[in-house]
Structures are given as structure tokens and as C-alpha cells.
Design a protein around this ligand. Structure first.
Ligand code: FES
Length: 107
């Protein structure tokens, strides 16, 4: 299944991010959770996400590259940025992204 493009905010290019040790290209100008949906359209669409900063199932820890501060955030609110590295992810996210071959070390 391909995610309908209307789910995404308009974008003209893909940016590189890392999720639990693997690199991916995702649409710029979109929230991190929407980028997860870009990578795994069906599982994320059927995930238990409220998309509204309420459920907390989308929690991640991330930084913006080597030497930057590690921060916790809700991926439904956080805009993805070039070079962003997701170092920890809530179990619902890991479950929805299970087909991407993410590192077992961060589970
Ligand atoms: S999806 Fe529910 S808090 Fe982010």
C-alpha cells in the first residue's frame, strides 16, 4: 500500500534521518510520526496513535547529530529535521516499524 500524498504536508524533497541506528529518507516539512507513516504506511495508519499529543504512544528520544543534546518528544508534534537521530522509541512505534529492520539494541 502506498500512503496517499494528501496525508503529508507539501514537500519538495526528502531529508535523511536515522531511526534506531538505520538511515531513511523522509519528506521534509512533516512531523516525525507522519514520516514514520511514510516509511510504514499501513502499520502506522492502524497504530493506536491519537495524533493529538494525548496518548503518549508516539514518544521518542532524539538528537540532531553527534555531540548534540538528547531530548524526549512526542513524534506527532515534532517536525523531522535533516540529520535527526531517533535513539529510543515507544513500543507502539517500534511495533509499527517492525518491518524496517531496526536495531534490537534499542528495544
Ligand atoms: S500520537 Fe498520541 S501523543 Fe502523539
Amino acid at each position: 500500500m502506498t500512503a496517499p500524498t494528501t496525508l503529508f504536508r507539501p514537500f519538495t524533497r526528502l531529508i535523511r534521518i536515522a531511526i534506531l541506528g538505520r538511515h531513511f529518507e523522509v519528506p521534509e516539512n512533516n512531523t516525525l510520526l507522519r514520516c514514520f507513516q511514510y516509511l510504514a504506511p499501513e502499520p502506522v495508519s492502524y497504530g493506536r496513535f491519537c495524533w493529538n499529543e494525548d496518548c503518549q504512544y508516539c514518544r521518542v528520544t532524539f538528537d540532531l547529530g553527534q555531540g548534540s543534546t538528547s531530548r524526549a518528544a512526542l513524534s506527532c508534534k515534532l517536525m523531522a529535521q535533516e540529520g535527526m537521530r531517533v535513539t529510543e522509541a515507544a513500543s507502539e512505534i517500534r511495533y509499527c516499524l517492525r518491518t524496517l529492520g531496526l536495531s534490537e539494541a534499542n528495544r
